[in-house]
Design a protein around this ligand. Structure first.
Ligand SMILES: Nc1nc2c(ncn2[C@@H]2O[C@H](COP(=O)(O)OP(=O)(O)OP(=O)(O)O)[C@@H](O)[C@H]2O)c(=O)[nH]1
Ligand SMILES: [Mg+2]
Length: 313
C-alpha cells in the first residue's frame, strides 16, 4: 500500500532509515468504530524469573496407538517420532534448555530468564504445540515407512510456572517417576495378556493392589524378565539437551545438536554433569556414546549437517 512511498527510488529514499521504518511500518490511524474490540484482549504475560514448562500430551492416544498398531507397551518408532518432533521445537526455540518425553507426552523447559514472545502465555503454548504437532505429522513417514497415517493426531498443551530450581527439578522428577510407574505396570500387563493368556480384565484384576516388587516378581518368575535390563528409554524416558558434538565423517567438525539422554535425572549426578541447564551457559562439548551415535534422531540430524556441508562445497 505504501510501496510508492517506501520503494528504493521513492520520495523517502533520502530520509534516515529509522524515520523511514517508522513511516512505513506504522499502521493507519484508528479509523474504524470496531477498533474498541481490541481492548477485550487480555494481557496474559507470565511472571518473570520463573521456569516455564510447556507440556503437550497426545489426545486419546490409547485409540491412536491402537489404530496405528503400535507395539505394546512401547513402540520404538512412535517414541522416536515424538522425540524428533520435540527436536524441531528445540531448534526453533533456543531458550528451551531441556525437554523430557515419555509415552505420548513431552515437556519443554524454557529457562527462567527466557523472553520468548515477551512471555505471553497463549502465544508460547500455542506455537510450541502447533509446531510439535505439525512436525509429528510431517516426519511420520521417516519413522513409519510402511505405515500410513490414518487420521490427524492432536495434542493438548498446558503451561506451568515453577519459581525455584528445586520446584523445576521436582517437576521433572515427578514425570520421570511416572514414566517408571506406568512402564512397569504396562510391561507386566501386556506380558500377562500377550503371553500369559489372560484377558485385559483378568490382567487388570491380577495387578490391582500389587506393589512394584510384586510386578517385578511376576515379570521375573513367569516371564524370565529382569525389569532393570529393559531399555532405559522405556524406564527413564528421553531427555533432550543441546550439546556441541562431533559429527561423524567430517574430520572432527563440531556443531550444536540436540542429543537424547536416557538417564536418571532425579539424583544430583545429572545436574552436576549438565550444569548449563540451570545456568544457561553455552552448550558444552560432549562426546556421544554408541547408543546416542546410532540413535535415529542423531542420525537424522547428522544427515542434515552432511547435506548442508555438501551444498556449501
Ligand atoms: N501400544 C502403545 N501405546 C502407547 C505408546 N505410547 C503411548 N501409548 C498409549 O497412549 C496412552 C497415553 O496415555 P494417556 O495420555 O493417559 O491417555 P490418552 O488416551 O492419550 O488420553 P488423553 O491424554 O486424556 O486424551 C497410553 O495409555 C497408551 O495407551 C506406545 O509406545 N505403544
Ligand atoms: Mg494422552
Amino acid at each position: 500500500m505504501f510501496s510508492h512511498l517506501c520503494g528504493k527510488n521513492s520520495l523517502l529514499s533520502s530520509i534516515p532509515n529509522f524515520t523511514k521504518r517508522f513511516i512505513c511500518k506504522s499502521r493507519p490511524m484508528a479509523n474504524s468504530r470496531f477498533d474498541y474490540v481490541r481492548n477485550f484482549e487480555q494481557n496474559d504475560s507470565i511472571l518473570p524469573n520463573c521456569w516455564i514448562v510447556v507440556r503437550i500430551d497426545g489426545k486419546a492416544f490409547h485409540k491412536f496407538t491402537q489404530k496405528h498398531d503400535f507395539n505394546k507397551p512401547n513402540d520404538d518408532n512412535g517414541l522416536n517420532l515424538m522425540s524428533y518432533a520435540a527436536v524441531q521445537v528445540l531448534k526453533e526455540f533456543n531458550e528451551i534448555v531441556l525437554a523430557f518425553g515419555q509415552s505420548d507426552e513431552y515437556s519443554f523447559i524454557f529457562h527462567k530468564t527466557a523472553d520468548v514472545y515477551s512471555r505471553r502465555a497463549s502465544k508460547i503454548v500455542t506455537c510450541v504445540n502447533s509446531l510439535f504437532t505439525s512436525s509429528y505429522v510431517f516426519h511420520w513417514g521417516k519413522f513409519f515407512e510402511e505405515k500410513q497415517l490414518l487420521y490427524p493426531p492432536s495434542f493438548d498443551a498446558r503451561i506451568v510456572l515453577y519459581p525455584s530450581d528445586e520446584n523445576l527439578r521436582d517437576y521433572l522428577s515427578w514425570r520421570q517417576a511416572d514414566t517408571h510407574i506406568n512402564n512397569l505396570y504396562n510391561t507386566v500387563f501386556w506380558k500377562l495378556v500377550l503371553e500369559g493368556g489372560r484377558t485385559n480384565t483378568e490382567a487388570q484384576k491380577d495387578l490391582s493392589g500389587t506393589y512394584s516388587s510384586d510386578k517385578n516378581e511376576i515379570l521375573f518368575s513367569r516371564f524370565g524378565i529382569n525389569y532393570n535390563n529393559l531399555p532405559q528409554m522405556y524406564r527413564k524416558g528421553t531427555i533432550l539437551l543441546r550439546k556441541n558434538v562431533e559429527v561423524p565423517k567430517l574430520n572432527g567438525y563440531q556443531t550444536q545438536l540436540i542429543v537424547p539422554f536416557f538417564t536418571d535425572l532425579i539424583q544430583d549426578k545429572f545436574w552436576i554433569e549438565h550444569p548449563e541447564i540451570l545456568t544457561k551457559d553455552k552448550s558444552q562439548n560432549y562426546e556421544l556414546d554408541d547408543e546416542q551415535l546410532n540413535h535415529p534422531i542423531m542420525q537424522k540430524q547428522f544427515d542434515i549437517v552432511h547435506k548442508r556441508k555438501n551444498n556449501n562445497k
